[in-house]
Design a protein around this ligand. Sequence first.
Ligand SMILES: Cc1cc2nc3c(=O)[nH]c(=O)nc-3n(C[C@H](O)[C@H](O)[C@H](O)COP(=O)(O)O)c2cc1C
Ligand SMILES: Nc1ncnc2c1ncn2[C@@H]1O[C@H](COP(=O)(O)OP(=O)(O)OP(=O)(O)O)[C@@H](O)[C@H]1O
Ligand SMILES: [Mg+2]
Length: 505
Amino acid sequence: MEVDQAIRGSDDMRLKTKYNNAIYVIQRALALYSIEEVALSFNGGKDSTVLLHLLRAGYFLHKGEQSCSNGGLTSFPLRTIYFESPSAFPEINTFTYDAASRYGLQLDIIRSDFKSGLENLFKANPIRAIFLGVRIGDPTAVGQEQFSPSSPGWPPFMRVNPILDWSYRDVWAFLLTCKVQYCSLYDQGYTSIGSIHDTTPNSLLCISDSSGHKEKFKPAYLLSDGRSERAGRVKKCSPISQSSPVAEDGLDDPESQVKRMRTGSAIAVGDEILSGAVQDELGPLLCRKLRSIGWSVSQTTVVRNDIDSVAEEVERQKSSNDLIFIYGGVGPLHSDVTSAGVAKAFGVRLAPDEEFEEYLRHVIGKHFTGDRNEMALLPEGITELLHHENLSVPLIKCQNVVLLTATNPTELEKEWECLVDFTKSVLTLMEPYESKSLTTHLSDVEIAQSLSKLCMQYPDLNIVCHRKSRAGPLVISFEGKEEARIESAAEALRKKFQDGVFSET
Ligand SMILES: Cc1cc2nc3c(=O)[nH]c(=O)nc-3n(C[C@H](O)[C@H](O)[C@H](O)COP(=O)(O)O)c2cc1C
Ligand SMILES: Nc1ncnc2c1ncn2[C@@H]1O[C@H](COP(=O)(O)OP(=O)(O)OP(=O)(O)O)[C@@H](O)[C@H]1O
Ligand SMILES: [Mg+2]
């Protein structure tokens, strides 16, 4: 088996370990299920190409036919399923069909959606387990293990993920070491492939060309930082809309994306704030920052340094906010429980993150205690590291929760600027809020009814009243996205009272 020989002949120890583990998972699956009961889910992408070759190697090792050569294997009795969509790249379809004929795959092309396609497949075949090329870091890997039963609401089967723990680098090390063919798009700068509507070449691989000619891209295997693998993928939808219905092909209408309101919240983790010893300065600053980019803020809360308190609060807020910013409780101290709380809220475990560990090793130097350093433990499968040249350690984003390490306003300013730089992937800049304030010495009773009516007339505006003191003036703020509406509301209020009752601040 050429793939097996190529890996065994390589001196890449990390690749060997990953390969051996994947082959072990495949052999466990082949021991548990008969060959008729398993299927390979293949879509011509790089991950499923790795999986295809691992399965061929695993199958023939399982059969004890180690002397077979790649070219000589004409039949591979594993059922292979491909969900073909009209918006697939033609190069992906061509590669998938070619691979099927080259490796003698029994290819079932399914043109319906995943769930009903699988239901029909199970009606006609005794399939109980499906091999997938899902890797930690893929949005769909959240909460998965190497053997994970299908999700509730899906037809029942076992998802087998032999390359769950493989990194981007591991994938390319394997494909290049084994010298196997992969889809031609990866040589044109594509690093992760979805549909023609949501995938572009990765701009980090762009070869700048001052002549203004067509852009050129380096091949995918030259992407040095695997964390940017999905940089060419247009964000499908923001975290909040994942629970709301999206279009048939999974894409949100770009126009409604721009118009939709964005809501953020802030959670401070700190017993010192709750005891009154320290004042939270970051919550108010975050509110101002969010407002400055046109987001609304749903709430700021303070919770105790305790895993369950953090988990309960994140759990409560995660589906009603686009982003939650959490700060405090991040680090190696006994009270630093924030990442554990976030992991618990999403029902995943904490696991060592190799990339984060590298950063910590660099920053902490000789004091870094390797695997035992709990700072390198991050929520598994849901963590994205937000790397920025101005940060010595990347920020951590778990689904729609951003863990900030700032402990004071100056540090927060710096982290915020980096977050704004990630506009496309993290913060969507919205039309900023406009505001205007009027002050008056009218009493609350005198103005209450007029204000209530005004709120009904201008439901698109936020009309907020506050007093600095009981005896002092009442401040009325009009906030909204259209200046003309604000002016109109202020004018409407003025007209209800005598001239000179209001002054502008
Ligand atoms: C064979 C197969 C089985 C799947 N099983 C599940 C599942 O059990 N639960 C689930 O939420 N999604 C399941 N999915 C959907 C994937 O998680 C994911 O949404 C899909 O591969 C599309 O990925 P993309 O959005 O990156 O293109 C399955 C997909 C395939 C092809
Ligand atoms: N349309 C599909 N048909 C069959 N299997 C699919 C399909 N889409 C996804 N899968 C399965 O899900 C796995 C993960 O998909 P994902 O898009 O992350 O990886 P990939 O397509 O192999 O590579 P890339 O990340 O470069 O796009 C695939 O390897 C494959 O097993
Ligand atoms: Mg893909």
